[in-house]
Every structure is written in structure tokens, then in C-alpha cells.
Design a protein around this ligand. Structure first.
Ligand SMILES: O=C(O)CCC(=O)C(=O)O
Length: 276
């Protein structure tokens, strides 16, 4: 795929895949590093709401590791990611979050959502770089995306199905709008817009992990981001002072008029308990 098509795909669909951005040696090094980090610091992972026997208890996702882990910081500020982001967005964004998901065999997924619901970037939105650390497909719970949904405003959330998702809210989809699986090879990076509806279903395999390392960024025009995401970093590692966006921003609900579904801004988001 040429750079131009990466940019065009991102503008059209709200996401774009960059195959093999990281080599298999790099993926192996990252997997070894994060499995060791899980052994050493699993007590600091996100175990909120997890039952004792939940497989995620042994492999909880970790958030904001770049604040104390050099390898996570290197990933977040990787020059290849920066170059692709600049290509896609027209200017470099600011980096605000890292996350590692282990998603072991039989673990639940994360219900469909929009990252901008959590990051509340103003003006503009956020962008994710999602690095596959394992080959992923429907069996082990690959990422699912709703193509074109980045054109929607932030939607008001509804309760998620706790049998499928370890997070508790989701966004409703009208009839005819569906999530599609994004099958990836280890080393591929998926870039996606903060308003793109995405998530994942459970890992139904008995043997395969579905690990992913994720960076979240805010567009270079941004002036504010929600309180959990400070400080924002430039790609040279220096910090950037942004304002704090507030709770209670507007969100959209689906309404039907003349047989057509559209979104009207009718609600307000509430306080968000944890950085996503
Ligand atoms: O990897 C997943 O299952 C979900 C990840 C996600 O929602 C995100 O990167 O924002």
C-alpha cells in the first residue's frame, strides 16, 4: 500500500492498515518485555470489576506504561508511527496514552465504543496506533471496526453485555450498520480515528493470546484533552501544555425520521472513571 492510499483509506473509512511496520524480531522483543512486565507488575494492571476466575485477572491490561517504562515510551514516540501519522493527518499529533492488552485465551473483549468519548479532545479528535503483537482474527478476538463511523459525533453510551465485554458501556448501532473484523499479522499497525466505532469480541480460542500495544494521540490542532491524559508529549519527547476538557460534553442519539436514522445531539456524557 502506498503512503497516499494510507491517507486516503484513513479519510474514507476512518482507519488505515500499515502492514509489517514492526519486524518479527521487534515483535518478539516486545512480547518478551510485556510478558515479563505482566509477571512483575500485574497488580498494577486494570482489574476493576473483574471476578476472581476471570482470565483477565492474571493478564489485566496496563495503561500509561510510558510514564515509567522506557520501551513503552519508545513505542509511543516511534519515528515510523510519527511519519505515518503526519502522512495521515497532515501534521504531527501529540502522544497521550499507552495501553497493552494481553487478551489471553477465553478472555472477553471490549464492547464497541469511540475513543473520543474518553479523551474528549478539543478541537478535533484523537487517533490510535494499534500494533498487533500476535496474528489476530475472529477466533482470538481481533479488532472490529464500523467503517465510515468516524463521521459520526460522539454518541451517548448504553450498558454493554458483561458476558462479552470487560468494559461496561457501548454505543448502539442502527440496523444496517455493522462492525467488521480487521484481521492482522503480528507487526501490522492499524491507525484509527478517535470517533471510529470499534472494539472486540471475546477470544474464543483455547491456546492463542491476542496481544496488542496501543498508542493514543491527539491531533496537532488540539487545545484540550481530558484530565487523565496529561502531559501530552511531542515526538521529540518534550512535553506540551494542553488545557483540560470537562465532563458533560454533548453526545448524540439515533433518531428516525421518514424511515431514515440520523444522529441528534440530545445528551451529555458523564464523568469517566478510567482512561481507556
Ligand atoms: O484491542 C481491543 O480489544 C480494543 C482496543 C481499543 O478499544 C482501543 O485501542 O481503543
Amino acid at each position: 500500500m502506498s503512503d497516499t492510499s494510507l491517507e486516503m483509506q484513513f479519510a474514507r473509512d476512518g482507519y488505515a492498515l500499515s502492514p509489517q511496520m514492526f519486524s518479527s524480531d521487534e515483535v518478539t522483543t516486545l512480547n518478551n518485555h510485556f510478558m515479563a512486565l505482566n509477571d512483575a507488575r500485574r497488580d498494577q494492571g486494570d482489574t476493576a470489576g473483574l471476578a476472581d476466575l476471570d482470565p483477565l485477572r492474571r493478564y489485566p491490561r496496563m495503561l500509561q506504561m510510558h510514564r515509567w517504562d522506557t520501551r513503552s515510551l519508545q513505542f509511543l514516540l516511534d519515528a515510523r508511527i510519527g511519519a505515518a501519522m503526519e502522512q495521515i493527518l497532515g501534521r504531527l499529533p501529540y502522544a497521550v496514552q499507552t495501553m497493552i492488552y494481553f487478551k489471553p485465551p477465553t478472555a472477553r473483549g471490549q464492547a464497541l465504543h469511540q475513543d473520543q468519548y474518553y479523551l474528549r479532545v478539543e478541537p478535533g479528535t484523537c487517533v490510535a496506533a494499534w500494533l498487533a503483537l500476535d496474528d489476530c482474527d475472529e477466533e482470538n478476538g481481533c479488532l472490529q471496526v464500523v467503517p465510515g463511523s468516524h463521521q459520526l459525533p460522539v454518541l451517548c453510551t448504553v450498558p454493554a453485555d458483561p458476558a462479552q465485554s470487560f468494559t461496561d458501556v457501548t454505543v448502539p448501532l442502527p440496523e444496517g450498520m455493522h462492525a467488521q473484523p480487521v484481521r492482522m499479522h503480528a507487526g501490522d499497525v492499524l491507525f484509527f480515528n478517535g470517533q471510529l466505532i470499534h472494539g472486540s469480541y471475546p477470544n474464543s480460542s483455547t491456546q492463542r493470546f491476542r496481544r496488542s500495544l496501543i498508542g493514543h494521540y491527539v491531533v496537532g490542532e488540539a487545545e484540550k484533552v481530558y484530565k487523565w491524559y496529561h502531559p501530552a508529549l511531542q515526538f521529540d519527547g518534550s512535553t506540551m501544555t494542553l488545557g483540560e476538557s470537562q465532563d458533560g460534553s454533548e453526545c448524540g442519539v439515533w433518531v428516525e425520521r421518514d424511515g431514515t436514522k440520523s444522529v441528534e445531539m440530545r445528551g451529555k456524557t458523564t464523568a469517566v472513571g478510567i482512561a481507556q
